[in-house]
Design a protein around this ligand. Structure first.
Ligand code: NAD
Length: 253
């Protein structure tokens, strides 16, 4: 028996990187999974369908920063699965971002990061909540980062956007409790996702050792380290927990 049998989960940004691991983990616990991404999600969907059957997963193109795209995505998920129980707000501009001094940070880059990383989770929540409310139950898991607690030079746009995510969790949990919707944040530390390794090799090499040393458990963090906490926050085991942030970073924060 999976912990999420008969549940339906959305994973934004689930085509690759850490999101792919969330999608695989949710499907392994029995949830039907809808992957939404600007990137092609065929490989993730095929992997899940191969393991769990043709009805276990769908992939739909999604730009979380565009309300029309979010609305169309949610409508297609409802058409395919008939319900939504779990929303993982994972899509973000993360691996593509290079550290940049604040004095050189262009307004359009700031705006784009905010549009995807902060407006995205807001829009997803706005359009998914009515379906959760209908059933009187739901789990929203917002993905932030430990960087919000420490601050990191050159990452003002990213850290500010993820601070917004953390605050949205607190605010939404107060508003959504009456509908049985739980809202929590999962905040990873530096995680060696395939995308971060491929797109930021120099950055990773610079920060990898200091990050390890800052942890109580002094090793690299991998996407697999995050899946157990995600499943916990998605499952009935955490039904009396809302408005919280769990730092999964080997004891760094
Ligand atoms: N890797 C890390 O060190 C780390 C640490 C802390 C938090 N995080 C967070 O974890 C999540 C996943 O990180 P990752 O390492 O896999 O990074 P990533 O950049 O590879 O993943 C983001 C995913 O979102 C998708 N995406 C980007 N813009 C989108 C949009 N407008 N609409 C829909 N999808 C979009 C990307 O295509 C990608 O699949 C992000 O929210 C990130 O901020 C990552």
């Amino acid at each position: 028996m999976g912990q999420l049998n008969d549940r339906v989960a959305i994973v934004t940004g689930g085509a690759r990187g850490i999101g792919r691991h969330y999608a695989l983990g949710l499907a392994a616990e029995g949830a039907g999974v809808a992957v939404g991404d600007t990137a092609d999600s065929t490989a993730t969907v095929d992997e899940i369908v191969k393991q769990h059957g043709p009805k276990s997963c769908i992939g739909i193109e999604l730009d979380v920063s565009e309300e029309a795209s979010v609305q169309a995505f949610v409508a297609r998920v409802i058409k395919a699965f008939g319900r939504i129980d779990i929303l993982v707000n994972n899509a973000a501009l993360c691996a593509v971002l290079h550290p940049i001094p604040t004095m050189d940070l262009e307004v359009d880059v700031w705006d784009r990061v905010m549009a995807v990383n902060a407006r995205g989770p807001f829009l997803m929540t706005k359009h998914v909540v009515p379906h959760m409310k209908e059933r009187g139950y739901g789990k929203i898991i917002n993905i932030s980062t430990g960087m919000t607690q420490r601050g990191v030079p050159g990452m003002l746009h990213y850290v500010a956007s993820k601070g917004a995510v953390l605050s949205m969790t607190r605010c939404l949990s107060r508003e959504m409790g009456q509908y049985g919707i739980r809202v929590n944040t999962l905040a990873p530390g530096l995680t060696l996702s395939d995308t971060v390794l491929a797109m930021q090799p120099e950055f990773v090499e610079t920060v990898r050792i200091p990050n390890r040393k800052a942890r109580a458990i002094q090793r690299d963090e991998l996407p697999e380290d995050l899946v157990g906490t995600l499943i916990f926050l998605a499952s009935a085991a955490s039904d009396f927990i809302t408005g919280q942030t769990i730092f999964v970073d080997g004891g760094s924060v």
